[in-house]
Design a protein around this ligand. Structure first.
Ligand SMILES: [Zn+2]
Length: 479
């Protein structure tokens, strides 16, 4: 697609955190999100896949950096620093659910620019990743933290929404002053309401109305100052949501198995056998031999740990177990459907994937599949229970910061019964469809169907006529 480069285009990317594509469609169809419906009318709306783990923090990487999060050093909401190179990390561990949120920007690889670095001037508001924003990080300073904290810790969601509305207003003020080439506004209320009341509840729909109002006001600002025709607004999300009825105490179960476990908040456990990092909470990393600073892949762990994995797989809370056999191979196990391998070959024209059924078809793909490029690997998995499973498991398993074993919870379950302060009826983090699929609305014609949230960055750069030499995991849908 060719752009008229004589006009400076601008992109506002709005992140509707935790909003399911079906709920967003319902709100647009019912006339309750008219500004979003008008964007859809001008362009198109899609359900695309997020990254695994499907959780806030890591899942912001694809649409701000064009990569799988584990490829730039963010394998989960919680992860263990096996190499022990982080400077401020109690128990060699990260949890972006807490104060570690301050570290996100420096934990991601400095070698991969963000959209906010490519397209300047830029502004970020409430975004988990905001590195490179030339005109500030609204909603992330100490002042905003202090304003949001009382509501956050009381579980006062209306109070939270109120603070978020103030932050949105501050963003729009900055937006008016700066006329940013790229800006990202994240609205998180919908996710918080979904956890408490369910993803289809009316408070979630009220939060979608906040997204709609922000879009309308951004357009009014641009119209008043005469730059509306240069403004594009795209909407996406970071993860879906699905009902959770049962909360497994994975931590307690491992201890009953006689395993010495380090996990949040018990980070002072010395010489653990296993480090457990649940994040999402419907996924977990398990790190074996955590005292070793180098990862040694599964072959040398199998004798000690395969029995435990068999018992783990028999638990109703566990759907998939992914065992990282080497940098290019992940073995996937399902209790009833058996075992297969996801293999990756890295070539000059990009990676290619194979799915090799060893003893069953755990990902329910219908049998062995060979030599798929990234687009085809998405196509063959898109309509299954595990969208984009091959690419997601493969990139996650390859990261030196990932666990030796990755768990994805069964439908209706999550994996952190103990120490979870906020009671919740809906969850995310797993590789399951309802948790992986997110909305995308683009207000411009597209050349091919968008697949992953990592497609957004290369597409945005095409829209803005900015050339990049980064090798993105995603691919532009504008050409
Ligand atoms: Zn959430």
């Amino acid at each position: 697609m060719r752009h008229d480069t004589t006009v400076t285009r601008r992109l506002l990317l709005v992140v509707a955190d935790g909003v399911r594509p079906d709920v967003l469609t319902e709100e647009m169809d019912a006339g309750r999100a008219p500004a979003l419906a008008a964007l859809r009318q001008r362009g198109s709306a899609h359900a695309i896949s997020s990254s695994f783990p499907s959780v806030t923090g890591p899942a912001y990487v694809p649409f701000l950096m064009g990569q799988h999060p584990a490829r730039v050093g963010l394998p989960g909401l919680r992860w263990f620093d096996r190499s022990n190179t982080l400077r401020w990390a109690p128990g060699q561990s990260r949890s972006y659910a807490g104060i570690d949120i301050w570290h996100v920007d420096s934990d991601v690889s400095p070698d991969v620019p963000t959209l906010l670095e490519y397209a300047q001037p830029s502004v970020a508001a409430m975004s988990m990743i905001g590195r490179g924003a030339t005109h500030g990080r609204i909603g992330r300073g100490v002042g905003w933290m202090l304003r949001a904290a009382p509501a956050h810790f009381r579980g006062d969601l209306l109070g939270w929404r109120n603070v978020e509305q103030q932050a949105t207003a501050a963003f729009l003020d900055r937006f008016r002053q700066v006329k940013p080439r790229a800006s990202v506004l994240a609205i998180l209320s919908a996710d918080k309401f979904a956890h408490k009341y369910g993803a289809h509840s009316s408070p979630v729909r009220d939060a979608i109305a906040d997204v709609d109002a922000a879009v309308r006001r951004a357009q009014e600002i641009a119209a008043r100052d005469g730059w509306l025709d240069t403004l594009h607004i795209w909407i996406t999300g970071d993860h879906g949501h699905a009902p959770v009825h049962e909360h497994d105490d994975l931590h307690g179960w491992l201890e009953q198995e006689g395993v010495r476990v380090r996990a949040h908040p018990n980070l002072r456990v010395k010489n653990p056998d296993v480090v457990l990092m649940v994040g999402g909470n419907a996924m977990a990393h398990l790190y074996m031999a955590p005292g070793e600073r180098q990862r040694r892949w599964w072959g040398s762990h199998a004798r000690r740990w395969d029995g435990l994995l068999d018992r783990l797989l028999a638990r109703p809370a566990i759907d998939l177990i992914a065992v990282n056999s080497c940098e290019r191979t992940v073995q996937v196990r399902h209790q009833a459907r058996g075992v297969a391998e996801v293999r990756r070959v890295d070539g000059p024209k990009g990676a290619r994937w194979s799915y090799v059924c060893l003893d069953g078809d755990p990902l329910a793909l219908g049998g062995t599949l060979r030599d798929l490029d990234a687009c085809t690997a998405w196509d063959v998995t898109a309509a299954t229970a595990y969208p984009d499973s091959l690419v997601q498991l493969s990139w996650l398993g390859a990261s030196s910061r990932s666990g030796d074993v990755v768990l994805s919870a069964a439908e209706g379950w999550d994996l952190r019964a103990r120490f979870e302060p906020v009671s919740h009826v809906s969850t995310h983090g797993a590789l399951l469809r309802d948790q992986m699929m997110v909305p995308l609305i683009v207000d411009t014609p597209i050349a091919r169907a968008p697949q992953r949230t990592s497609d957004i960055v290369p597409s945005a750069l095409d829209l803005l006529a900015i050339s990049a030499d980064t090798h993105f995991n995603g691919r532009s849908f504008l050409r």
